[in-house]
Design a protein around this ligand. Structure first.
Ligand code: MN
Length: 259
């Protein structure tokens, strides 16, 4: 029997030691030797620039956790997001694979289409334009010309001004036309990050179940997708002492009480 594979996104890790980072590090540590693969589907870092010779010190615990996961025999794939559009050359030195665009992968006999989702955001042309600009190599060159300490300080201002709106449900264009097009192109399962909503959208077809999952986040949702024994389930982490709970069909925001 194959080991489970995991997908999570929008961890938005920023501090070396806050509660969010602690949850992420605990989750990744528990995957050592347990997971076949872990796909981190964008915005793993709240702010990251792929400098040639500099790393942000706040990310040392997270980078160490990724390296330890690789060393345990787990495949680790990091997708770029609109907060970390320029992965740079360091992550591959840890044995981490980097994807700067969509990827189709085979997981437990299913074809899984994975992308962060920012450049197809149906909520507005301006949002898409900003995300496309953030992914342009010239933007990365300009940003890397700023002193790293200054860039880090500016990114913290941006983070403070940027609060997720969990009231907004997923746009029907994603579960409609976008999903249909991906399935027509051969996907059995479609995985998106970026929207911070935890979405389970399963559709029965004559060829078998097809599903779209939006991964939620680790800012307020603590959600992840697990593929085990051929079954894909979106789960909510509830800490080290309680089993995660599976989310039902639907579009979910954070639970009412934080635990
Ligand atoms: Mn994003």
């Amino acid at each position: 029997m194959s080991r489970p594979t995991y997908f999570l996104s929008d961890l938005h890790v920023r501090a070396p030691d806050d509660a969010r980072t602690a949850h992420v590090l605990r989750f990744l540590a528990a995957r050592r030797g347990e997971a076949e693969a872990v796909f981190l589907v964008g915005d793993l870092f709240d702010f990251w620039l792929g400098y040639r010779s500099v790393l942000f010190a706040a990310y040392f615990p997270l980078l160490r956790a990724l390296a330890e996961l690789v060393e345990s025999g787990t495949r680790v794939v990091v997708f770029s997001g609109n907060h970390d559009p320029d992965p740079g050359g360091f992550l591959p030195t840890l044995g981490v694979e980097v994807a700067t665009g969509p990827r189709a992968v085979e997981v437990q006999g299913r074809t899984v289409w994975i992308e962060h989702g920012d450049v197809l955001d149906p909520r507005g042309a301006l949002r898409r334009a900003i995300c496309r600009a953030a992914r342009h190599p010239l933007a990365h060159r300009v940003a890397r010309a700023v002193h790293p300490d200054l860039a880090w300080g500016l990114s913290r201002l941006y983070a403070r001004a940027h609060v997720e709106d969990y009231a907004e449900t997923l746009h029907p264009a994603l579960t409609g036309d976008y999903f249909a097009a991906r399935v027509a192109a051969g996907a059995d399962v479609v995985v998106l990050g970026h929207y911070h909503r935890a979405v389970v959208h399963r559709v029965d077809s004559p060829a078998g179940e097809r599903a779209l999952f939006c991964l939620g986040d680790w800012v307020a949702q603590r959600t992840f997708l697990r593929a085990a024994d051929g079954r894909f389930e979106l789960l909510r982490d509830r800490g080290p002492d309680r089993a995660p709970v599976a989310l039902p069909q639907g579009d979910h925001g954070p639970p009412p009480t934080d635990d």
